[in-house]
Design a protein around this ligand. Sequence first.
Ligand code: ISL
Ligand code: CA
Length: 593
Amino acid sequence: MQDSTVVPWWKESAIYHIYPRSFQDTNGDGVGDLPGIIRRLPYLRDLGVGALWMGPVFRSPQVDNGYDVSDYRDIDPLFGTPTDMDRLIAHAHDLGIRVLLDLVFNHSSNQHRWFQASTTDPDGPYGSYYIWRDPAADGGPPNNWRSFFGGPAWSWESTRGQYYLHLFAPEQPDLNWEHPPVRAALADVARFWLERGVDGFRMDVINMISKRDGLPDLPPNGDLVDIIDEDRVLRYLQEFRAALPEFPELFLVGETPHVSPDFARRVTARETAALDMVLLFDHVEVDNGPGGRWDPVAPDPPRLAGTVAAQQQILAGSSWPSLYLGNHDQPRAVSRFGDARRFRGRSAAALALWFYLHRGTPIVYQGDEIAMANVPLERAADIVDIESANALQELVAAGVAPDEALARVRRRARDNGRTPMQWSADGGAGFTDDGTPWYPPAPDYPDWNVAAQLSATPSDDPQSTGPLPFYRRLLSVRKDRPVLVRGDFLPLITDTAVQAYLRRDGATAVLVIANLSSTATPLAPVLAEALERAPAEAILLSTTPIRAAEAGPEAAMTQAARPSRHLDPWAACALEVPLADADGILQAFDGGE
Ligand code: ISL
Ligand code: CA
C-alpha cells in the first residue's frame, strides 16, 4: 500500500461532510441538490478542505433520507441527474477537491429490484440476496433481535411466506453478504462510481454486514453489536478492496457504530488493507444516560476528552483515526459540547482547535464551521426523522409523559443536525432562492450565517465574528505542519475542564491547551510557564485575542495566562515548543514514554 515516506492526501487534508438535502437548493423545490454542491465548491476550496463526502444521493424512496437505496447506479431526481454528478466530480477535481460518496451496503431499500425479485422468486438469481428465515416455532420472528429504529428486526413478507431481517426500518432489508454474488454485485457498484471518477467512499454501518452463524438470540438488553462476526466482516472488506485492483488509491472510511476497539484497530491497520479509517462512536455517546441515548445527561469535558484520548491510543501506530464531532445523526456540536448560549463563537472555535489537532483526519460537518446550533423542536411534529420520531413514540408507549419524552428526544434528535445550511440573512437562509425549505432553517439564521462571518477579518475574535475565519486558519495551520499531521499524540491532562496534549515528531512539538468550559479555570504552572516563554511567532492559533507586541516574551503572553494563571472560558491555543521543552512538560506530567 502506501509508501511510508509519502503522506497520502487523506491524512493531510480535512474532509467536509455534506448532507445534500440541506446544503444548497438551486431549482426552488426546497431540497438541496447536486448543482447546489457545485455552486458552493469555491466555498469549500476557500475553507481549505481536500475532499467532500456527501450523504447518499442515489435513487431512493427517501424513507430514511436516502439511506434506503433502490438503485445504486442512478441519481435520485430529487438531487439531480447522473450528468450533474459527472459535472460535480469534474469541477471538484479542478479545484483540488476529492469526491467521496456514501455507499449504503448493509441494506437496500425494499423497493430495490433485487428485493422485489427476492420476494417473488425465492429460487431465482436473487432468492438469497437478503436474509430470509422461517418463523419460530410459535409463528413469531426467528429471533429476539430489535431494530435500531425500534420494533422487531424482522418483518413478515407474505408473498414469500418468510420473515426478512432489517437492522433498521422495515423498508431497509439487510443484504446477505454471506452470499458471494451479493459481494460481487456490490463491488461492481463501487467500480461503476470509481470509473466515473469518484475517489472513495464512506461505507454505512459497514461493521454490521456479517451476522453470527445461526443468528442466535441476544441476552435480554443485549447490544445489537454482539450479533456481528468481526472476522468475517474484516475478510469481506479485504475482499472488497481486492476486487478493485484498478484503483490502488481507493480511499475507504467505514461507519462502525459500537465497534470494539480491537476491531477498529485491526480493520484499519495498514497491514490488513481493509479500511483506511473508521468512524467511531464512543465519543458521541459520552452523554448517554442510564437509559441510553434517549435519556441524555450533560456531557462533561473530561469524559469526552478521556474517550478521545483512548481512541487515539488504540489507533496509534499503523492505524489512522478520523476526527468528527457531529454529523447528520448527531445534535450540533456547539450545543452539545460547547456553550451555544453564552460563548457560541468562541466555544465552537475552542472545540475545533482542541479536537481537530489530535492525530487523524478532521471531518467538518456542514454548518459546524459557522457554529450552527440545535433547533428548538418545540412540538412533536417538529421531529420528522424516522429514528427520532420512532424513539419518541416508543417512550410515550412505554409510559413516559409526552412532554418528558419530547424533552429527552429533543436533545439528541437527528433533526438538530439536518436543518438547512445558513448561507446568508436572506429569506430561506440563502439555502433556497424562492422555494419553501423542506425543513425550516434554524430561527437564528439572520445572525448566524456564512455571509456574516465571511465579512470578518481573520484576526478577529471568534466570539464576535463567529468561528468561520478561525476554521480556515485552523485547517491551513494543521495541513502545513507535518507535526500536526503525522506527529505522535501525547496526552497531558484529560481529567479536568482544562485539557492539554502534545503533538511531537522528530523535529518539533506543538502544545495544545484548551479550557472546555465557561468558567475561568486554573492552568497548571508548567503550562502557564510554557505560554509565558513562547515567542509570539510560536503561537500558531488562539481562540482568545493574543495581541503580541513587537518583542519580548512578555508580549506573547496570552490574555488568559496573565498573572492569575487562569484560562478564560473557552480559551484554547496551540503553540510550537522546542523538543527539549516538550520533554520537560511531559516529565512534569509524568507522561514520558
Ligand atoms: O446510532 C446512531 C447515532 O448514534 C444512529 O442514529 C444511526 O442510525 C447509526 O449511527 C447508523 O447510521 C447510518 O445508517 C443509518 C442511517 O439512518 C444513518 O443516517 C446513517 O448515518 C441506516 O442506514
Ligand atoms: Ca432542489
